[in-house]
Design a protein around this ligand. Structure first.
Ligand code: PEP
Length: 252
């Protein structure tokens, strides 16, 4: 079965509205492979504008939100609910990015609820998992990732999990310039797919795109994307420059 190849740009807390529009336009005007699903994850205030650019132009570009609330609506000042996100034409949501887990103390139970809320509103969760450096050094990286899958994702039915995307992002590689080797990333991706097959079945595991994230750039994307079980990338810093992002997309 052909899995979706995805290159997603997580802009984090960067860009103004004019800068966001310029970046989207520049990427969309470039030659990029139509077989690759491209996703922009801008800050919340730019979702409508970015979506407007996409819908007028293309079917292989999508917009995603960097976060969502697990609540439907109500007195939660500053939060953004999944029905509101979906109503902007947005298709994807990052859930459990390591910065949210660490800086905003997001728990496994909260992430589980966020994933449920995304699926209820036809949004595709991109569930981010990965170990910190001490865990890798203590050879605990496989058990950490397995626990993250079990705690927040494996409550789903086979039908529901097939709608999700997983992003393996070793925390020690995010924003550090220190990329996992293709071998390190590949063995973790195969492990994740094997765990999904064990919990569900091989067909389900083979249908889920698993992205690599962590200092993926225009130089190393080709080797990473050429590795078995790596279906694309979640790109932070290198997604902020159109030329680099386009090179990464065309690394497939
Ligand atoms: C990220 O924030 O998801 C990420 C992968 O960042 P960077 O590419 O900058 O390491």
């Amino acid at each position: 079965m052909q899995r979706k190849k995805i290159v997603a740009g997580n802009w984090k807390m960067n860009k103004t509205l004019p800068e966001a529009e310029a970046l989207v336009k520049e990427v969309m005007q470039a030659e990029t492979k139509a077989s690759v699903t491209k996703i922009f994850f801008p800050p919340f205030p730019f979702l409508v504008t970015v979506n407007n650019h996409l819908h007028n132009n293309s079917r292989d570009f999508f917009c995603g939100a960097q976060n969502c609330s697990d609540k439907e609506s109500g007195a939660y000042t500053g939060e953004v609910a999944t029905p509101a996100i979906a109503s902007t034409g947005t298709s994807y949501v990052l859930v459990g990015h390591s910065e949210r887990r660490t800086l905003f103390h997001e728990t496994a139970a909260l992430l589980k609820n966020k994933i449920d809320s995304c699926l209820q509103h036809m949004l595709i969760p991109v569930y981010c998992i990965g170990e910190v450096l001490q865990e890798r050094e203590a050879n605990k990286h496989f058990s950490v990732v397995e626990r993250q899958l079990e705690e927040s994702l494996f409550h789903l039915s086979a039908e529901a999990i097939r709608k999700c995307v997983v992003a393996y992002e070793p925390v020690w590689a995010i924003g550090t310039g220190k990329t996992a080797t293709a071998e390190e990333a590949g063995e973790m991706h195969s492990f994740i797919r094997e765990r999904i097959a064990h919990k569900y079945n091989k067909e389900t595991a083979d249908s889920i795109s698993i992205l690599y994230g962590g200092s993926c750039n225009a130089q190393n994307a080709k080797e990473l994307f050429g590795t078995k079980d790596i279906d694309g990338g979640l790109i932070g810093g290198a997604s902020l420059k159109a030329a680099d992002f386009v090179t990464i997309i065309n690394s497939f």
